[in-house]
Design a protein around this ligand. Structure first.
Ligand code: NAD
Ligand code: APR
Ligand code: ZN
Length: 245
């Protein structure tokens, strides 16, 4: 592992434009389970299309919120870990251009990262599906907790939805920003993503060089300069040390 970390430090020092791409795996050490880890991943137990798709929301919004709102509320209470903080430090040191995340937990922003593209949305706001009015996310939890399920728009009584990208939803504006940042990307560091969900799973093809930090193998391992099958926290603790940060 020390060699892999050393090699990554060299790649970062010599790269003109480094971008990071993170997935659910970077947040497991903050206590949030991921989607596809063997044995513990959420989508190992449940079908994402049945539980977290746009169709699920439209066909049975109350059940959609019963399943999803408790876990999302827990995400909002989580704290960033070593890996989130290390990525914020890399950016601050001028070694990381930007960060693309599939996570909706907001932990990169909490850790202090500045240029973050949340390509699957976030849990800070929600919106009305009828009149498009926007509200803080707490409008969902407030109504849910007092027994109003599904939560509805205070103005028009339309059903509210979170500003996350569900299966079957189109990608949002952050996705386009992320693609722009990948232009001219010399080094992409992928952390804690199975690289199984499109369109994000295609992003490694835009980078000249790849570093992959993931406990399990990914489809891109054979194309990477460095593949570290270890915990993200352990890797980034070593990386900061190797870079003298
Ligand atoms: P996709 O590549 O994720 O899926 C393609 C299709 O494959 C799906 O529409 C579905 O028919 C099928 N599929 C994939 N995994 C399946 C499984 N485990 N069981 C049954 N069918 C499966 O593309 P998409 O549907 O266009 O997804 C849109 C985006 O929404 C994705 O980027 C996804 O990651 C995101 N998303 C976000 C959340 C969230 O909570 N933030 C939740 C779900 C999906
Ligand atoms: N350190 C390193 N790798 C880890 C750690 C850790 N502490 N914990 C888990 N992993 C790895 C797992 O082995 C797994 O390969 O992280 C990966 C997480 O993959 P997924 O659970 O598939 O998460 P992600 O790639 O973010 O999923 C993409 O799917 O359902 C959707 O919208 C959801 O954004 C999510 C998308
Ligand atoms: Zn409304």
């Amino acid at each position: 592992l020390k060699d892999l970390i050393g090699k990554t430090a060299d790649l970062i020092r010599n790269s003109e434009k480094t971008v990071a791409l993170t997935g659910a795996g970077i947040s497991t050490e903050s206590g949030i389970p991921d989607y596809r880890s063997k044995g513990t991943g959420l989508w190992e137990k449940f079908d994402p299309i049945a539980k977290a798709s746009a169709t699920a929301l439209l066909s049975d919004p109350a059940e959609f919120y019963r399943f999803n709102l408790p876990r999302w509320t827990a995400y909002r209470d989580a704290e960033p870990n070593t890996a989130h903080r290390a990525l914020a430090k890399l950016e601050e040191a001028g070694l990381l251009f930007s960060l693309i995340t599939q996570n909706i937990d907001g932990l990169h922003i909490k850790a202090g990262s500045m240029r973050v593209w949340e390509v699957h949305g976030h849990l800070r706001t929600c919106r009305c599906m009828k009149c498009s009015s926007s509200y803080p996310f707490t409008e969902l939890t407030r109504q849910f907790e007092k027994g109003t399920n599904p939560p509805v728009c205070p103005k028009c009584s339309g059903v509210l939805r979170p500003d996350v990208v569900l299966f079957e939803d189109p990608m949002g504006k952050d996705y386009l920003r992320a693609l722009e940042d990948l232009r001219g990307c010399r080094l992409l560091i992928v952390v804690g993503s199975s690289l199984a969900v499109y369109p994000v799973a295609d992003m490694p093809s835009y980078a000249q060089k790849l570093v992959i930090v993931n406990r399990e193998p990914t489809p891109w391992d054979s194309r990477a300069e460095v593949v570290a099958h270890c915990s993200a926290g352990e890797f980034f603790e070593g990386l900061l040390e190797a870079l003298g940060l």
